[in-house]
Write a protein that binds this ligand. Sequence first.
Ligand SMILES: Cc1ncc(C[n+]2csc(CCOP(=O)(O)OP(=O)(O)O)c2C)c(N)n1
Ligand SMILES: [Mg+2]
Length: 1012
Amino acid sequence: MSEKLLVPDIGEFEKVEVIELLVKVGDQINLNNPVVTIESDKSSVEIPSTVSGKIESIYVKVGDKISKGDLLLNIESSKNTPINKIIPKDTESIIKQAESVLKDEKKEDIIEQEPIETKKQTIIQVTNNNDIDPLETKDWLESLSAVVEKDGNQRAHFLIKELINKAYREGANIPYTQNTPYINTIPPEAEVKSNGDQNIERRIRSLIRWNAAAMVVRANKKFPELGGHIGTFASAATLYDVGMNHFWRAKNNKFGGDLVYFQGHSAPGMYARAFLEGRLNEKQLDRFRQEVEPGGLSSYPHPWLMPKFWQFPTVSMGLGSMLAIYQARYMKYLINRGLIKDEGRKVWAFLGDGEMDEPESLGAIGLAAREKLDNLIFVVNCNLQRLDGPVRGNGKIIQELEGSFRGAGWNVIKVIWGSYWDSLIANDKTGHLVKVMNDTVDGEYQAMKARNGAYVREKFFGKYPETQELVSSLSDKDIWRLNRGGHDPHKVYAAYDQASKNQGSPTVILAKTIKGYGMGKTGESVNTTHQTKKLDVDDLLYYRDRFDVPLTDEQVKNIEYFKPDEKSPEIKYIKEKRMRLGGFLPERTTYSKPIKAPAKDIFDFMKVSTGEKEMSTTMALVRMLTNLLRDKNVSPRLVPIIPDEARTFGMEGFFQKIGIYAHEGQKYEPEDSAQLSSYREEKSGQVLEEGINEAGAMSSWIAAATAYTNHDIEMIPIYIFYSMFGFQRIGDLAWAAGDSQARGFLIGATAGRTTLAGEGLQHQDGHSHLIASTIPNCVTYDPTFHYELAVIFREGLRRMHEKNENVFYYITTMNENYSHPEMPKDKKCEEGILKGMYKIKEFSKYKKTKIQLLGSGTILREMMEAAEILQNVYQIDSEIWSVTSFNELRKDGMEVERYNLLNPDKEQKISYVEQCLGKTEGPIMAVSDYMRMNSDQIRPYINKSFYSLGTDGFGRSDTRKNLRKFFEVDKEHLVAYGLSVLAKEQLIASKYAKEAIKKYNIDGSKPMPTKL
Ligand SMILES: Cc1ncc(C[n+]2csc(CCOP(=O)(O)OP(=O)(O)O)c2C)c(N)n1
Ligand SMILES: [Mg+2]
């Protein structure tokens, strides 16, 4: 049967140009195969076939303008291929949903038929959901009604609260309210017990504690400037040890490994454990924080500095939380797209309670619950202190965090009290103990642990006769021994066990600990704990005794490390535990296979002139990505990441083509379902549509850009953002990306101070390249023409994803439409584009006076027009250079200069800038749509007069023409400035410059744009 394929609804566009025919007569095509690509002035999109079959005839050609309903093709359709499949798919699911609602309604009918009088009937209907005993429910509700009637709402509320508290204490951990009482979530009788040898685990933990502290103290004895932290790990040792001995599975050839984000300041503890495991030696411990020579141990987790050890940079507070959440979500993305197996891997993140004040720490917890990330476990070490003092002196951080996480939909496990408290809580028949626990604020809890048992008896248990009585048979020493949950391996084990088994939501474990645990008077629970990096002999002796470390006084005085013999039960135990869990942690390994870069000609279409057709580089990028999605090696690995700006960038065509990732698929028929670019969410969707969330999008990008090591699969993330909301907004994450050795593309779209015209001061970017240049492994480009973009992008794919170089690319694209020329035939052009500059044009008619004109981004075009005026009106010759990257030129210049200075006796190298400009004639004038500092970067590497122009100052909204005039980078200013430069260099008379200034109405008395 012959079917007609018509142009579908393409939204608000009419007469859209056909730019590609993807099929020819006689081709056999399948349903949804793209047949033509169309392009408006903003975006390009492929039209898919709605039937399978053989193409009989084609009615359009490249260049035609088409609208909805126009005939595209005739297709001899294969049997039974339904036409217009896209729309019915959604409709079908709506019908299914409607049917299921009907079924539910029928069920309710049956309930209503029960012979119950009206008032009671209402009660039963309300409680009908999962009610296993409606009669019992009825009794309860009737009792409640009676209370309301007799004693009023207040009394009813009180009783409900008491019931909830009682249920909670019986183990019903279901969120009724924001907060539960200040006791452990898991009651003692529900605790799963560890099968570990507690004695040996305590001995191991003590040694790790000792060696961690010794490492910091030794380093600071030698070099007091080095710093370090003892108190953080001292409070968290049990939290880490239980995980290491029993829960965290390493990566090996059979399993992908759990991913653990260690709290940055607890790094000494990880080194101390690795020492016992035989992964680090004494010499290396003695190089803590001395990283300049190879082999030193980095201050905090930094994969860049210890690439075989650390996986995740966490020390900038708040980043660990976001990175872990998006890591867990990305893991699910890879699973749902069928790119990795679902092995039940977990992401664990350790965070400080003070760190939770960072907006980033709590900023993404809603997403974690929404996406049902049951592969994610947070452990917040609530030692009640941060750097200067208590986290919440007047409140309770655990309760506050419980409220936030419960509210967000997390599974919350509080580990507050250790086992010694169990019997006291069980005997608290009057509820006074829990009341004291609830009423005591963190400032008091902290102070108590800085004192002694007698103090606790008086200040805590002394609050009520009932609580005083509870501890009357305990000595002060016994009271002092009452431990906190986070230091009790049984409680921690039970919490980890429950967290690991939790399904359908992420889990947070709020573990109460003591900062500087075991450090005695100098460092335990005192406000100065965080800064303690020196312990005197008495402190060290106390520490040794507290943890029974088998060292003599002499050895303690020498601050010796302690490592038992290889054959000792401790070392055997620690290794055996790790071997059972698949290997050591942390450890960073990479087994991903490179992605073959696409054929060299894949972007050839971008090397020809666009003729009269005008387009922006942002559009060219979208065209390029559309093409890349046809490359079978590259396509599945592309991860387009967009924070709610797909339409701004003309990328809405991706919604249908590759779908938006949504872990629950699409439960609704989108409003625009009849349109070609309809909003399509899918479980296996490829696009990460992040909503208005740059930090989240960047975290996703980092997860994808490091998938090669964390999931052993090379991915190609492309995060496209409004350039001002990139590096400026999420600079710290970009820095962490560099540390993580991320590989992928960051695209600063709608870039430039004057190119994004109307948006104004907060939107117009004149400095992102400068911020990007601060990151050593970030390669940046500011291309003007589509072929430059193609060359740069392809080389990025080759370097990062085929050759596995640990760099990432930042490329700016712009939204100004103009026609793009053919790529110059000069063989050096491609090399120049990549190195940062190449000669794009030369005017040499008059051979009298010459100037070198350098332009970048969209302002290159102003410069080219200025050159034409200089030639035609003023008889000035010029060479015009397209500078694709001042940053790359600077890097080369620095390296060459350094070599030359360090090798004064050897043949001196010549920087690329000098190779290009050294032998040219005339002064240099450079311009970009960025601050002058951008072009100034190459000034030191050339021995010629150099003048730079740029868009320094606050942006503002206006037309491009007016903005360029305001910032003095339009062609008229460039002509005037060019003449002035030549006059200053005494190559022409100054009257020409003066006349031009007058001719172009340039007001020399106008203040500098930075002051306006
Ligand atoms: C973004 C950021 N700001 C400030 C710091 C400096 N800093 C290091 S540790 C610390 C206090 C940490 O307190 P907490 O999170 O409670 O961790 P603890 O050491 O108590 O476990 C601060 C402010 C940092 N590392 N990162
Ligand atoms: Mg803290």
